[in-house]
Design a protein. Sequence first.
Length: 163
Amino acid sequence: MRHSLFTLTLAFALSAAPALAQEFKAGDIVVEKPWARATPKGAEVGSGYLTIQNKGAAPDRLTGGSADFATVEIHQMSSENGASQMRQIKDGVNIQANGSVALSPGGYHLMFTHLTHPLTKGENVKATLNFEHAGPVEVEFSVMGIGASETGATGGAMKGMKM
């Protein structure tokens, strides 16, 4: 019985690994582990998270994105005097040469506004991210549960990131 439980657990872990190991590339930019939170029916906004690596010798900038299911914006969560605030980052996010940036819950993230349908756990949604030098990168987000936190993300590190 113990052997069967171990085998089942291992099989489940291995089947989940490909969804969390997604990687999308354009030029020197590599987008890893994109995921989004599921949204309740009727919600007008959702959120997306990922890690961006710049493997090149020159900096690049995430300038925005587009999708057929929503408008794509870059946002930042911050805390001032104990109150959380969110603001849109209209100038984009720099990714230093040979650096990386994680867009994760509680920090920089993508906002999907004007949703045309709810984001449903288990589905995948596609968006295009725009970079100043690398150009457009088509990305597929795995939709996790409503309360998901950092599944598929790298823990919020923002190495090489400057605004």
